[in-house]
Design a protein around this ligand. Structure first.
Ligand code: IMP
Length: 432
């Protein structure tokens, strides 16, 4: 059976974690294939919150297998803490439920030091990263000096590679950024401890592991992190993350061909948020934005930073649909839009009097556009407890109808709250 990819259709934080958790109940395997602990997937089960950064959101279903694939940069210290946290919450009782690829990249403390030093150096021009060391870790992978998960289990290799890597990083940290470096001896010792903790989760070939599930008709979900607009190639560069966040990355990050994917579900919120710097055409730097932020709890799951909030941007959404090849959509957090007299939707941009209906790829141009906002009647009712689409207030239904006429991919799921049960199924996801 071909796989299902779940990707963010905006700037991240769309609610992918909740959706993957809901799908995982009917799935055999969930694969994380890019990004690192910059992701924060918040899951609420029976009112209890679990925030995952690296472990796939399928972990809350004991029968669902989880894989961290080669495309991920793994903060091994963070991963060990996360494993302890999920175990303490009663999950991951059997270590074989989680497999971490030997070929995944190690994200080490010096990557975080470099991330922080670079951001400080950029001052006003900073990216606004999560500070989790993502950029420097992917740089090491691309420049062929990264340590891999497999190196954790080869003490001599680990020691030699660390000495080489730290020699270079300390030079940069001390001489270029005037900051403290890392002690290779202490870090080697710490990593040998970490290796003992992670040994039960080791997998030499996660691509083969996933391939077997697909061949044996298993249901496999590929769980994206961040969002399409933060893609290193297709987002508003340089205000992007350092991995490829689009659906194609499920193939490259896992080690599978595109013919193995059937469905690409794009997840988007009824409004837009963005954390960090960079153009955001529909941003509401006013009390409406503040209301959305407060009611939507729009504060970073990883950093706690307040997220920038704005109206839904259909120009950006159509772009995300195109570059991901999305086959269907999930509309999240519709409940947060309750309580407005009117709700805005951006269906085009204005650039010096010219109307644009396609997103301009240039970051400079995107930062100059003005959103053309269309106003729809709002609704005041609390919709977080409804269980059927038919129970939505007429204005909320009209809002969805408007979306449907302006995008050419079906909206098949609507979410009205963080709980699993607050999910309205327009069409059973796995049918057909
Ligand atoms: P980095 O991925 O930490 O290097 O951060 C680069 C940019 O991506 C910054 O604007 C971050 O705020 C943003 N970013 C990274 N991960 C996430 C995420 O999971 N949700 C939302 N924004 C993110």
């Amino acid at each position: 059976m071909p796989g299902f990819v779940v990707v963010g259709a905006q700037w991240g934080d769309e609610g992918k974690g909740k959706l993957v958790d809901v799908f995982a109940e009917k799935s055999d395997l969930v694969v994380r294939y890019q990004g690192g602990a910059n992701a924060g997937h918040t899951l609420v089960v029976n009112g209890k919150k679990t925030v995952l950064h690296l472990i796939p959101s399928g972990i809350l279903h004991p029968k669902t297998q989880c894989v961290i694939a080669p495309g991920v940069v793994v903060d091994v210290f963070g991963l060990v803490n996360e494993i302890k946290m999920v175990k303490a919450n009663g999950y991951l009782r059997d270590p074989s439920q989680l497999k971490v690829s030997d070929n995944a990249t190690l994200l080490l403390p010096y990557h975080k030091l470099l991330d922080a030093a670079r951001e400080k150096d950029l001052a006003e021009g900073k990216i606004g990263t999560t500070g989790k060391g993502i950029g420097p870790a992917y740089e090491d992978r691309a420049s062929r000096r990264a340590l891999l998960m497999a190196d954790l289990f080869e003490p001599e290799t680990l020691k030699a590679k660390l000495e080489f890597a730290i020699g270079e990083k300390n030079h940069l940290l001390k001489n270029m950024y005037q900051t403290e470096g890392t002690d290779p001896v202490a870090l080697t010792q710490e990593l040998l401890e970490i290796a003992r903790e992670l040994a039960p989760y080791r997998c030499d070939d996660t691509s083969l592991f996933v391939d077997k599930y697909l061949k044996e008709n298993g249901r496999v979900i590929f769980e994206g992190a961040q969002g399409a607009m933060l893609d290193n190639f297709h987002g508003s560069y340089p205000f992007v993350t350092s991995s490829s966040t689009v659906a194609g990355s499920a193939c490259t990050g896992t080690g599978l061909g595109p013919s193995r994917i059937k469905t690409v579900t794009g997840v988007f919120k009824a409004y837009t948020t963005r954390v960090g710097t960079g153009p955001f055409p529909t941003e509401l730097d006013n009390e409406i934005g503040a209301k959305i932020r407060a009611e939507g709890h729009e504060f970073g799951a990883t950093t706690g930073r307040p997220r920038r909030c704005g109206w839904l941007d259909l120009v950006a959404l159509r772009y995300a649909i195109r570059i991901n090849g999305m086959t269907n959509l999930a509309l999240m957090k519709l409940d947060i839009l309750s309580g407005h007299d009117h709700v805005g939707i951006c269906n085009a941009y204005n650039l010096n009097g010219q109307t644009l209906t396609e997103l301009p790829p240039s970051t400079q141009t995107l930062s100059r556009v003005e959103p053309v906002i269309e106003w729809l009647p709002g609704w005041k009712e609390d919709i977080s407890q409804i269980t059927e689409m038919t129970q939505l207030p007429p204005a909320a239904k009209a809002y969805i109808e408007y979306l449907k006429t302006h995008i050419d991919v079906p909206i098949e799921i609507v979410s009205v709250g963080p709980g699993r049960e607050q999910t309205l199924w327009i069409r059973p996801f796995f049918e057909g």
